[in-house]
Design a protein around this ligand. Structure first.
Ligand code: BTN
Length: 256
C-alpha cells in the first residue's frame, strides 16, 4: 500500500513509479537547473547503478532516491556529503529498527545492520574540464538505495534487508520521511560547524577501526590495519607490506 510522504519544505519531491536510474534522472534535472533539494524517488529501477559501475538490484519494495544538492563549498569537500548522508540514514534507521539490530557504517558510506550491508550511497557530480583547487561545486547528486524488503544474495560483501533483520514493517515511505528529516539536520550541522561532528558521529558506529582489513583500489588491493579516519574522511591504512601510512580516498573495504 502506498502511504503518504511528507517532507520538510526544503525538498521538492518527484515521485516516479519506475525509471532506469534515479541518479540519471536527477543528473538530467540538475543540468537543466533543478534547485537544491530536488529529490527523485522511484518505486523500482530498471538499471540501478552502484559504486564502481556495479549493478544495484532494484526490485519493488526497496527505497531508491537521488537528491540534487548545490552546496556552497569547494568541489574538494563533496565527499564529506557522502558521510553526512550515511549518518543521516543511520540516524533514521536507528529510530526505526528494533534496538537489537545495531546500525553500523563501513567506510566510506555503506550503512550496515550488524555486519551486513543494508544501504549504499553513490555520489555523482560534474565539474569544469580542468577543475582548479578551490573551484566551487556547481551541483552534485547523492543517490541512496536501501534494502527494505529484498536484498541480493550474490554480492561480494554480504547484504541484508530491514525485513530479514526483523524490521519488515518499516515502510519505504516512513524511511524516506525519516531520512529526509535527519539528512537535513546533519547537513545543517555540517554547514554551521563543519565536518567535525559528522566525523565524530561516523566513528561512533564505524566498523573496522583498529582491525585488519583489505582495501580494493582501482589498480591494487592492500591488506593492513585500519588506523583511523582522517579529519576529512580519508581512510588511514598501515599496509602489511609497507612502512608508513597510506591515505585512501576511494576504495572497497572488506573485513579480514
Ligand atoms: C553502492 O554501490 O553501495 C551505492 C549504491 C547506490 C544505489 C542507489 S539506488 C538510487 C540511486 N540510483 C542509482 O542508480 N543508484 C543509486
Amino acid at each position: 500500500m502506498a502511504g503518504e510522504v511528507t517532507l520538510p519544505p526544503a525538498y521538492r519531491l518527484i515521485t516516479l513509479d519506475t525509471v532506469e536510474s534515479t541518479n540519471d534522472e536527477a543528473k538530467r534535472l540538475a543540468r537543466e537547473g533543478a534547485e537544491d533539494g530536488t529529490l527523485v524517488w522511484a518505486r523500482e529501477q530498471g538499471a540501478g547503478r552502484g559504486r564502481g559501475g556495479r549493478h544495484w538490484a532494484s526490485p519493488r519494495g526497496n527505497l531508491y532516491l537521488s537528491l540534487v544538492l548545490r552546496p556552497e563549498c569547494p568541489a574538494s569537500r563533496a565527499a564529506e556529503l557522502g558521510f553526512v548522508a550515511a549518518v543521516g540514514l543511520g540516524t533514521a534507521l536507528a529510530s526505526l529498527v528494533p534496538p537489537l539490530c545495531p546500525v553500523n557504517y563501513k567506510w566510506p558510506n555503506d550503512v550496515l545492520l550488524g555486519e551486513r550491508k543494508v544501504a549504499g550511497i553513490l555520489i555523482e557530480t560534474e565539474s569544469a574540464l580542468q577543475p582548479q583547487p578551490g573551484d566551487p561545486l556547481e551541483w552534485m547528486v547523492l543517490g541512496l538505495g536501501v534494502n527494505v524488503q529484498h536484498y541480493p544474495e550474490d554480492t561480494e560483501f554480504p547484504a541484508t534487508s530491514l525485513r530479514y533483520e526483523g524490521a519488515g514493517d518499516v515502510t519505504v515511505e516512513a524511511l524516506l520521511g525519516a531520512f529526509a528529516l535527519y539528512f537535513l539536520d546533519w547537513a545543517n550541522r555540517w554547514m554551521e560547524e563543519g565536518f567535525a561532528p559528522i566525523h565524530a558521529e561516523w566513528k561512533e558506529r564505524g566498523l573496522g577501526i583498529g582491525r585488519k582489513i583489505r582495501v580494493r583500489l582501482p589498480r591494487e588491493t592492500l591488506r593492513g590495519k585500519f588506523m583511523d579516519l582522517d579529519a576529512d574522511g580519508a581512510l588511514l591504512l598501515q599496509p602489511e607490506k609497507e612502512s608508513g601510512i597510506r591515505r585512501i580516498t576511494a576504495g572497497d573495504v572488506f573485513f579480514e
